[in-house]
Ligand binder design. Structure first.
Ligand SMILES: NC(=O)c1ccc[n+]([C@@H]2O[C@H](COP(=O)([O-])OP(=O)(O)OC[C@H]3O[C@@H](n4cnc5c(N)ncnc54)[C@H](O)[C@@H]3O)[C@@H](O)[C@H]2O)c1
Ligand SMILES: O=P(O)(O)OC[C@H](O)CO
Length: 342
């Protein structure tokens, strides 16, 4: 008999992950709060967020959380990050004691500044504390659903647990690595969304490729600085969930965060840009969380600072450029200068 897995959140990413799991031989239940989405998946076998691509007929969508998770060997949480706490509260008491929880949402909670695995851990019973695995990496749903080659990472300090989740998702088009550094994996996937909005703004202003490369390389420097201060391994940010995810989100036509930035760079206000977005652009809320967190920890994040000002203080994106370019002169890589007493 097929083992059951529940995916919570039937948006573009939840649906793509559900299809990966279905193709790997699991009995997949996809829970979404939207009756319209559940109906189109069950009756038309499509998700309108994914350009009408045909979904496997075996995929079962439901609005009932209880029906989705009952008896499931694993529960994959893929709702927008600001909804993860609500879903986790609802999951409490519904899970079998051996259930593994996978978080595939990318964000930092606005008020608490917690990562998604920490939010889930706070809400579930203690017996699940060590059973939460993060899945992240450069992976647009629009390409995963077409079986285009994709690589991701699953992270938990328990190697066997990470490998269990690796085996669950691994396929010939979806390659899964493991990493014990869950802090780095989650932070890389969340903070890159802010830089992707900046990349979209830059493209909206028609600044070209030099500016994009600058945002990617200086962006990863900022992400790493914050990550290391929060206990992550520096080298994780050179991997799939750091540089890899930053590149894809800053450059891809599929990126929701880049798309939102492009609208703002083309002269729209945040409200106008958001009203034109169907799917979630996580970088907006994450910008607020990371701006406050970096100031609390005294971590220098100039791109994040300027993004906060554009998004929440109505600063003109054109004025941001000179403020970034004319900051005090710096070393490129401070650790080299220090090491060489330069
Ligand atoms: N889209 C991608 O390619 C992609 C890739 C990797 C990671 N992610 C991350 O995955 C998360 C989800 O993104 P998405 O693009 O799928 O979002 P989306 O906007 O496409 O869909 C979100 C879905 O969540 C549903 N939802 C809302 N509240 C719910 C609840 N309480 N229970 C169940 N479902 C609920 C909505 O009805 C909607 O269908 C985000 O954190 C995003 O950063 C997305
Ligand atoms: O489309 P975005 O900008 O939400 O990014 C989606 C994924 O995080 C890409 O890996």
């Amino acid at each position: 008999m097929k083992e059951k897995i529940a995916v919570i959140g039937g948006g573009s990413w939840g649906t793509a992950l559900a299809v990966v799991l279905n193709n790997n031989g699991y009995n997949v239940y996809l829970r979404d709060i939207s009756e319209k989405r559940v109906k189109e998946i069950n009756e038309e076998h499509v998700n309108s967020y994914l350009s009408g691509i045909e979904l496997p007929k075996e995929l079962i969508a439901t609005t009932s959380l209880e029906e989705a998770v009952k008896g499931a060997k694993a529960v994959v949480v893929v709702v927008p990050s600001h909804i993860v706490r609500t879903v986790s509260k609802e999951l409490k008491g519904l899970l079998d004691k051996d259930t593994v929880i996978v978080t595939a949402s990318k964000g930092i909670e606005e008020e608490s500044h917690l990562r998604m695995s920490e939010v889930i851990k706070e809400e579930l019973d203690d017996k699940f504390s060590d059973k939460i695995v993060a899945l992240s990496g450069p992976s647009h749903a629009e390409e995963v659903i077409l079986n285009h080659p994709t690589t991701v990472v699953v992270a938990n300090k328990n190697k066997e647990l990470a490998q269990q989740v690796q085996n669950m998702f691994m396929s010939d088009s979806f390659r899964v690595y493991t990493n014990p550094d869950i802090i780095g994996v989650e932070l890389g996937g969340a903070v890159k969304n802010i830089i992707a909005i900046a990349a979209g703004i830059s493209d909206g202003l028609d600044f070209g490729d030099n500016a994009l490369a600058a945002l990617i390389t200086r962006g990863i420097t900022e992400i790493k600085r914050l990550g290391v201060a929060m206990g992550a391994e520096s080298v994780t940010f050179s991997g799939l969930t750091g540089l890899g995810d930053l590149i894809v989100t800053c450059a891809s036509e599929h990126s929701r965060n880049r798309r939102l930035g492009f609208k703002i760079g083309s002269g729209k206000s945040l409200e106008e840009a958001l009203s034109e977005m169907e799917m979630v652009a996580e970088g907006v809320r994450t910008a607020k969380a990371v701006y406050n967190l970096s100031h609390k920890l005294d971590i220098e994040m100039p791109i994040v600072d300027q993004m906060y000002k554009i998004l929440f203080e109505n600063k003109d994106p054109k004025l941001v450029v000179s403020d970034l370019m004319l900051r005090g002169a710096k070393y490129e890589i401070e650790s080299i200068a220090m090491e060489k007493e330069w």
